[in-house]
Design a protein around this ligand. Structure first.
Ligand code: ATP
Ligand code: MG
Length: 413
């Protein structure tokens, strides 16, 4: 049988990190040769005595392919005539719009400047197929950042007025996620929470959220999941404390304040899926210097998005630290930065965002507005309780989230 291994240099921008062999049939890393720059191996991948843990790097690399749980992936792969999404990452040299890693074919002489998607145009063929719009061009180009995009919602990268933007759909009968993204942005704006601004786009009556790439050619996102792989978590340490410990050891500034703000937002919007890939930190790729916490992104799985109207207001799951919103909000020790008066009329703003939707009717909209108003009252009560208790709350592993969805490949219920 012919050898199906292709030789690549694993690159971080123009810095060669390691040699590796990729099985072109499965997309798996089958060998790791010389390691040139251990410091540039992705965060959280163990390097021992100069050797990279191949299993861990494979898992990281698999995380660069579209998950099997992505809505509509099988239809898209059929149209692309590709058997497995794991093969797609190789077709775009592993390039992404969320970090600066890529693979350079040995002997090709390709530089990062020639191929990266931040500065070079890219094909929207794959993105259009993933959104179920087909592709106009007879010859489909697979050079696309969509090949390496994560998450289960239908999405595509596009270039609008020179800016790289992520267009993301909604799910189920209510398609609520895009509206929720916009609402989360408005709450963040009102409360001064650093965030990725999302706007609403309607195409063929369907809602999509649109946000700009928050990374630049110099910066990259590292998910909380990988930050937490940099140290072993002792059993008696909570997930929350472990995250803060890892960030502190890595010298990342401002994380506690940023997490407080994210948890306040998630409490208000009852976010069910802030898993460990839905927040993280930003660092500079060349210097490896940490900039700080990433702005809040991906807040769509909120406000009972997948529940029938009759269940809006009922108890829902919570992530990433505690398994209930009531317990998770106790991790916030300082609410003094919140100007509650800035939230006045937020329910009416939600009504405006949803207005005209074919998917969310008047009745659901009213119930959602009422529920949101109630969340603001509950947050105020939680803040008063915390102020009354002072430093009374001591975190422990009680109520900890025990299994994070990141990389489980689990399909949403
Ligand atoms: N504005 C952005 N700029 C750069 N990268 C982004 C941006 N938004 C999202 N990403 C990256 O794309 C991935 C998928 O996007 P996102 O989390 O919004 O999708 P999703 O389908 O809602 O995910 P999930 O499966 O968590 O619900 C993120 O985990 C992140 O790595
Ligand atoms: Mg996500």
């Amino acid at each position: 049988m012919a050898d199906q291994t292709a030789q690549y240099i694993f690159m971080h921008k123009d810095i060669p990190v390691a040699e590796f062999g990729l099985d072109t049939a499965t997309g798996a890393i089958v060998s790791i040769g010389q390691v040139y720059e251990p410091r540039h191996v992705p965060v959280g991948i163990p390097v021992r005595k100069g050797s990279v843990d191949r299993g861990a790097l494979n898992e990281w690399w698999r995380g660069r392919s579209i998950p099997a749980s992505r809505s509509g992936i099988w239809e898209a792969l059929r149209e692309l005539r590709i058997s497995d999404s794991r093969i797609l990452a190789e077709k775009c040299l592993g390039l992404s719009l969320s970090d600066q890693y890529w693979i350079c074919p040995v002997g090709s002489g390709i530089s990062w400047g020639q191929v990266n998607f931040f500065e070079n145009p890219f094909s929207e063929d794959v993105g259009n197929i993933l959104l179920g719009k087909g592709s106009d061009s007879g010859q489909i180009s697979l050079m696309s950042p969509d090949n390496t995009s994560d998450g289960w919602l239908k999405k595509k990268w596009t270039i609008t007025e020179g800016k790289r933007c992520l267009v993301k759909g909604g799910s189920g009968a209510t398609r609520q996620e895009p509206y929720n993204e916009v609402l989360a942005s408005r709450i963040c704006e009102r409360l001064g929470i650093p965030h990725v601004p999302y706007t609403l786009l309607e195409e063929d009556h369907c809602p999509y959220s649109v946000c700009e790439d928050f990374l630049t050619p110099d910066t990259e996102l590292i998910s909380a999941w990988y930050v937490m792989q940099t140290k072993k978590k002792p059993n008696h340490v909570s997930v929350y404390s472990h995250y803060l410990d890892c960030c502190s050891t890595l010298g990342i500034p401002g994380v506690k304040e940023a997490v407080d703000r994210m948890l306040v937002l998630d409490y208000l919007i009852v976010n069910e899926d802030r898993h460990q890939n839905n927040f993280g930190v930003v660092r500079r790729a060349d210097t490896l210097e940490y900039v700080g916490a990433a702005p809040v992104y991906d807040s769509g799985t909120s406000l009972w998005f997948d529940k029938p109207t009759g269940l809006v207001g009922t108890k829902t799951a919570s992530k990433p630290f505690k398994n209930s919103h009531e317990e998770q909000i106790k991790l916030v020790t300082d609410f003094r930065w919140i100007d509650f008066s800035a939230l006045a009329g937020i329910d009416e703003e939600l009504r405006e965002i949803v207005r005209g939707s074919l998917f969310i009717d008047e009745a659901r909209c009213s119930v959602l507005c009422r529920a949101l108003r109630h969340r603001v009252e509950l947050l105020e009560a939680a803040a008063s309780e915390q102020a009354a208790q002072g430093k009374g709350f001591a975190d422990s592993t009680r109520f900890d989230v025990t299994e994070d969805r990141a990389y489980s490949g689990e399909v949403h219920a």
